[in-house]
Design a protein around this ligand. Sequence first.
Ligand code: ATP
Ligand code: MG
Length: 274
Amino acid sequence: MTLLEFDHVSKIYSVRGAGQIKALDDVSFTLESGQTIGLVGQSGSGKSTIAKILTQLEVPSSGEVRLDGAPIPRRGAGLRSYRQQLRMVFQDPFASLNPYHSIRYHVERPLRLDDVVPASETEAEVRRLLERVRLDADAVIDRRPHELSGGQRQRVAIARALASRPRLLIADEPVSMLDVSLRLGVLNLLADLQREEGLGVLYITHDLATARHFSDEIMVLNQGRVVERGPADDVILRPQDPYTQELRAASPDPEKHFAAASGSGRTETLGGSL
Ligand SMILES: Nc1ncnc2c1ncn2[C@@H]1O[C@H](COP(=O)(O)OP(=O)(O)OP(=O)(O)O)[C@@H](O)[C@H]1O
Ligand SMILES: [Mg+2]
């Protein structure tokens, strides 16, 4: 079933003194429930603009975005429900958590705002979510973000995103600021959650190797246009579009394979290709 649909979406930014930048140029695609799409393309190709439109930081200049066939609501209960269904994991786990608040506060907030569970069950639900992202709830719940490692913080950000029981997760470079030794653990966690909860995921990345490994399909953006889309192996191993071929040639290790095991909590290490 189609969960998300971009229908001929363009986005033009007006920059004082610099004229207009066409960040998205007639972008159309669909994402099915439970599907992971890897969105790749070089810096400035428009990837984050797609995320910003989905999180309503920006509005399209033309075209329409639909969730479950309905345009993104602009206000009221419809908007609240949209925001509950679509959640974001940001690149920077340092900036996305408030340094003055405890981990409990961060995970509790969406539970309260979205009325996910009765108030008497909030504490148990916070703990369940922390365990779900494989954190030791007792050890982290009363700490503040700066007392955790980058990988632990990103897990808190994922727990917070899951709290509202969304159906679609937008992950914009979710591991690029983490130490390489932590990246695969966080990506495997996202993949496990995706499978277990049937989440749709838009995984935005520069990295072709993890895009291929963690996505069902890959979509390639070049200067705001979708130049290629298809099953992950086809796009990465047998790219048709010249730009994808260039991107592949410039990528350190697009054919890299990752150990499939996940959720074991063991430390995975990864070379410099990530
Ligand atoms: N708020 C803005 N105002 C003006 N121009 C913008 C704005 N946000 C993005 N742009 C421009 O739009 C284009 C697409 O930017 P976007 O952030 O979507 O790229 P990206 O693919 O996410 O890049 P990166 O890989 O570096 O994160 C770029 O040329 C960028 O400079
Ligand atoms: Mg970006």
